[in-house]
Structures are given as C-alpha cells and as structure tokens.
Ligand binder design. Structure first.
Ligand SMILES: Nc1ncnc2c1ncn2[C@@H]1O[C@H](COP(=O)(O)OP(=O)(O)O)[C@@H](O)[C@H]1O
Ligand SMILES: [Mg+2]
Length: 260
C-alpha cells in the first residue's frame, strides 16, 4: 500500500511484536486499514488474531512496534484510551447483560439520565433512541423491551455491533462475529456490516473463519500464521482455492517437520 499516505489510513501498525513470557503471539505484524475499508483477517487458532485485536483496542500493549491511529503515532494505553479515539470492539463473548432488555444493553454504562435533582435514568428516551438506532441500521427486533437472552445468536451479535457503533465508533473491530452461526444468522450480520459500510465513516476489521464469507464481505484480506502475516490481497484478486492452497502447504510443511 505504498501509494497510500498514512494520513489516509484509519489504522496502521508497523512490525508489532507481542510476547507473553516465552510465547511470541505476534512476531512482527504490519497492517493497514484504509478509511471506510473492511479488512478481513483469517488464520488458524493460535495465529495471533485476537492478540492483534486486543492491541488495537488498547487491552494489551505491544512489546515493540508502532501504531498510527488516524495518521498519528499513538501508544494505546487502555481500552478507554482507544475508545476515546473512536476504536470500538465487539469480542467473541459479546459482553451483553443477558437478563437486561435490548434498550438497556444499548446504553449499558452510558445510561441517559434526566436533568434535575434526582438524576433518574430516562427509560422512555433510551427506549425511543434504541429503537431509532436499530431501525437506522436495519436491525429488526420485535421490541426493545425484550431481554437479550430471548434473542438468537445473530440478533445478539447485531445488538452488540449496534451498541459499539452507537458510541461514535470510527474504527470497528469484530473478533469472529460469525462464530457458531448458521448461514441465515451469518447473513444477518454480513448485511449489517455492509449497511454500516455504506453509511460511511466507519473502517472495519473482521476476524473470520470462513474464506468464502470473508472474500464476499472484505475489501482486502490478510492471512495470519504463527504470529505473522503470510499473505495479503485484495479480495477481488484472490480466491478460496488460493487461500486453501496456502494453508494446505503450511499444514504439510508442519506435518513433515513433525515427522523428522
Ligand atoms: N494472555 C495471554 N497469556 C499468554 N499467552 C497468550 C495470551 N493470549 C494469547 N496467548 C497466546 O498467544 C497465541 C495467540 O493467541 P490468540 O491471539 O488468541 O490467537 P487466535 O485469536 O488467532 O486464535 C497463542 O499461543 C495463545 O496461547
Ligand atoms: Mg481468537
């Protein structure tokens, strides 16, 4: 991406290394995320994908390497710090409060409070705003009063995404948003992400498992293996067959190494 200036990028990481004691989870990862772009990250379990996401959200700090956020070199000190720069993440476990209503979850820890001496939580306004926000991004639920535990996995994921976007996210990180979902549920989330992209102003990194879904949704893909980026391409310039071939070669090399 040498033709793109750093200032045109939402995110840029250079030579990111992350060690946990003796384990090197990231071994010099460089990446770029263009403004408005969807980047799909693929790779086996243990490749370092979640670790990379956790560095980009300020949850972990890299051992070495640099990050640029919206063109400025930045050390992300904490999740709150990253959030203040517009970086939001939806993790695998979603962190929704399952027994609470949809509208409550949308405003969790950011409740709308009425003016006046008692600072009462304004349920009426939160309800109306939640319904409006979900409608805006095309997420349909029977009622925002429903407890989240009554929703399907795909709907819950949609609520978690809506909540992240609602907090003025400019960079959205999704760690395996389609994990354990059937095709219909996955389609719901894929449609939601594409609508968010169309609305503009958002750059998205998605950690994915399924090659075909990734090539459908992402502008660009990155393959990670053992803490490194081993392949990168625009989705239009690669194929499921090519990706499978790369992974198969790696797998064979590992088997041969193990046999000797
Ligand atoms: N907090 C941690 N402490 C120690 N090792 C970790 C920690 N988080 C991840 N790892 C290790 O880092 C490597 C990459 O893990 P992870 O980023 O979760 O991979 P992925 O998301 O691609 O499956 C693995 O070997 C994992 O065991
Ligand atoms: Mg992971």
């Amino acid at each position: 991406m040498s033709d793109v200036q750093t200032t045109d990028l939402a995110l840029r990481g250079d030579n990111i290394v992350k060690r946990f004691g003796a384990v090197t989870a990231l071994d010099g990862v460089s990446l770029t995320l263009g403004k408005g772009e969807i980047l799909g990250i693929l790779g086996d379990n243990g490749a370092g994908k979640s670790t990379l996401v956790k560095i980009l959200t300020g949850f972990h700090q890299q051992t070495s390497g640099t990050l640029h956020v919206h063109g400025e070199e930045t050390l992300l000190r904490s999740v709150d710090h990253a959030r203040s720069l517009g970086i939001e993440c939806v993790y695998q476990d979603l962190a929704l409060a399952n027994s609470l209503s949809i509208y409550h979850n949308m405003f969790l820890n950011r409740e709308i409070v009425r003016r006046g001496p008692f600072r009462l939580v304004d349920h009426k306004q939160m309800r109306a705003r939640a319904a409006q926000l979900l409608d805006d991004i095309g997420v349909h639920v029977p009622s925002v009063d429903l407890p989240v535990e009554r929703l399907s996995g795909g709907q819950r994921q949609a609520i978690a995404v809506a909540r992240a976007v609602n907090s003025n996210a400019r960079i959205l990180l999704l760690d395996e948003p389609l994990a354990a979902m059937g095709a219909r549920e996955a389609a719901l989330i894929i449609d939601l992400v594409l609508r968010l992209k169309e609305k503009g102003g958002l750059s998205i990194i998605m950690i994915m498992h399924n090659y075909a879904q990734t090539l459908d949704i992402a502008d660009r893909i990155m393959l990670m293996q053992r803490g490194r980026v081993t392949y990168e391409a625009r989705s239009a310039n690669t194929s499921v067959a090519e990706l499978m071939d790369i992974v198969r070669r790696e797998y064979r090399a590992m088997r041969e190494a193990a046999a000797h």
